[in-house]
Design a protein around this ligand. Structure first.
Ligand SMILES: O=C(O)CCC(=O)C(=O)O
Length: 292
């Protein structure tokens, strides 16, 4: 992360990393998405995590990591890693993932949510239960973020079509976002203080969840398909569900560390030992279930 990028992130709460994905990665990610998609689906992944059947056990909630291919590579993409290390510190974890498709049919308005230091206020989507997890600060020569989102665009988002929008600088604001600016049904209603971020296919928008942000209603051609991987410092968790690295083959040690559940100790040997035991118990349970 160079000095200009650090300046812009501190100033605005987001940056755009051009060409984060190669064209063959975009192809692979699109192929797996289209394989799993049916006509009515526009939301996938582990964000709004819930069990889909009474048979589900812990560690079986849906995630796009199950799709394999480049979805596993995205966990620890070399092009993105230096940004996450700068913004979260050396040991961070993947907290949740999701994929969203914006089109004329998905037709939702812009809900601005988040806002530094609880600035979302009591009517915020995140604010009412904000236990301090929605934070941003820069001190002692380091960034501190409660959640950093990496939004990978699979399609070009031309100017004026919609896509990621945010109130730049709101990750440091000390006042609640005025209520009349929180929801905009159409693009015409979007407040002037909102940045509308255009991007090319393959770009990644990195933003702090502490910046008031949301999706500008789509008025562009075709669709916007965006993959979100969201990362926390190692002691923080947003999602109630954890990944199980056992479910995926060929992961690197770094990828496995990033899938660890939260703890103040990060990927320390004692922590790995505890989770290896939990994973072994889960494997045993799965085997037993098969024999019943
Ligand atoms: O569509 C976008 O880029 C914004 C998504 C969003 O609001 C979120 O991930 O919290």
């Amino acid at each position: 992360m160079n000095e200009q990028e650090k300046y812009l992130f501190d100033l605005r709460g987001y940056i755009v990393v051009k060409n984060a994905l190669t064209s063959s990665q975009i192809k692979d990610l699109s192929k797996h998405l289209e394989l799993h998609r049916s006509d009515n689906d526009y939301f996938f992944g582990s964000d709004r995590t819930k069990f889909t059947s009474p048979e589900d056990t812990a560690w079986t909630t849906p995630t796009m990591l199950d799709w394999g291919g480049c979805y596993l590579d995205l966990i620890d993409l070399p092009k993105i890693k230096p940004y996450l290390e700068a913004l979260l510190g050396p040991s961070y974890r993947l907290d949740h993932d999701y994929l969203k498709i914006d089109s004329e049919q998905s037709g939702k308005g812009l809900y601005l949510h988040g806002g530094g230091q609880g600035a979302g206020g009591p009517t915020d989507l995140v604010g009412p239960t904000d236990g301090g997890q929605c934070y941003y600060r820069y001190s002692n020569g380091r960034f501190f973020n409660g959640l950093v989102a990496v939004a990978f665009e699979l399609d070009t988002v031309p100017e004026g079509s919609g896509g990621f929008g945010c109130v730049p600088g709101s990750h440091k604001v000390n006042f609640e976002l005025p209520k009349e600016w929180k929801y905009s049904k159409t693009q015409d209603e979007v407040p002037l203080c909102v940045d509308r971020v255009a991007a090319s296919a393959g770009d990644a928008i990195i933003f702090t969840e502490a910046c008031a942000h949301g999706t500008i209603p789509w008025e562009g051609p075709g669709e916007r398909r965006t993959i979100f991987y969201k990362y926390c410092p190692h002691a923080v968790a947003w999602s109630p569900c954890y990944y199980n690295s056992d479910n995926y083959s060929g992961l690197t040690e770094d990828q496995k560390s990033m899938l660890l559940p939260p703890s103040a100790f990060g990927p320390a040997p004692e922590v790995r030992q505890i989770w290896a035991k939990a994973q072994a118990e889960h494997r045993e349970l799965q085997e037993l279930k098969k024999t019943q």
